[in-house]
Write a protein that binds this ligand. Sequence first.
Ligand SMILES: [Fe+2]
Length: 467
Amino acid sequence: MAQPFPNHPQLRGNYAPINFETSIQDLVIEGDLPEGLSGSLYRNGPNPKYAPVGPYHWFGGDGMVHAFHFNEGRIDYVNRWVETPKHRDEIAVGHSVARMRKTDPETGNVLPDRQNGLANTHIIWHGEQLLALDEGSHPFQVEPHSLASIGYCSQQPPLAGAMTAHPKIDPKTGELHGFGYMTEYAGSSLMTYHVLDKEGRVIRSDQFEAPYPAMVHDFVITQDYVLFPLFPLTFDMARAASIGSPFAFDAAAGTKIGVLKRGAPVTDMRWIEGPLCFVFHYQNAWNEGELITLDTIEFAVAPNFPLADGSLPSYADAQGKLVRWHLNVKSGEIRRETVLEVAAEFPRIDERYTASRYRHGYIAAASTRQRGDGGLFHEITQIDMQSGETQTWDAGVGNGVSEPVFVPKSKTSAEGIGWLLATIYKHESHTSDLVVLEAASVASGPVATARLDHRIPFGFHGSWRQN
Ligand SMILES: [Fe+2]
């Protein structure tokens, strides 16, 4: 018999999971869906099936994928759990199951299993495959229409480590660049750098030593460089007993940025000192010679994690803002300028400009954030990175916006000409909408809103697949 969920801040309100899978034909839509908007929006996020055993963290819930299929003026909706081995085991026994990891009998180190993850962080289309990603595992393939689970990808040659949930697809080549961390065991400082060709074949998957073991959520590529920024959200198993988490923000370890020329062997990696802060996500990066422009969502410390002494970040330190870094990879000099003094996360761009000079960013923001709102973002903001001008649509205080995903109007339309797709949680009705905004006219609000009779729990990331 399934047990009630505990009263936990990351299992309440719209963080709470939903307990069903469904298919809905032809959603009710208010407004007019743009002509030519034909494809699928996928979103992924944590949605535990059963009440968790032991401490729970939002990052640790089993993945559920939501799809909105746009076709000739109608939208069909599907949601499915990703049927990882853990999820299948749980359905079989009727309760939450902890993932058992093997340990090295000599060292006691916890060994990785790249095909026993949560698949809960991102979902992308690459190499004619729909891939659910978390950062500790290999990609998990899902059928693009029904979202039926296919299973973990078994690339040949195999990936030499986990695949980040934030790989970067080079729009010029279709290549996918990714990385993994803590490759040998939990707490190892060995990382990996992967490049897959546009068909999904592994071109390289190379291991390199990082300065310390850390949680590394995202990275960037430019036309000429790959950057692996490490912020000191370090791992120490001994902390689990002392402060309740092996991960903590340890200022003493400092920030280190791995710099590699694209195509160079990992033995060429140089590590330069970075400013003490924390970044989960990058909006984009590009280089002109040795000068790299890197747009970050910068926090003072790692939000959602303790400091090394076990204390929790202050409210102010747990707010991220959009900060542009100017980084000279030759001198190691870094200059930073704040672009937007508003609490924000989930930056996206017109991905035809990944790794290139670009102009427009799109972000979930909260200009009227308050303590106790659970980290809610209530606005979608477009930022002109050249002029600094912004446009914002406010979904209403108490309502929550997802990351906005940009869809170009056509293959040849100029940067920023297209639509933004996002899901909105409405607290009064406890339901979610899908909104379509014109990316160049965000302040005008949605041009079309598709209604669901249920809510989509707060999730992480998603993407668009063009038909
Ligand atoms: Fe992320």
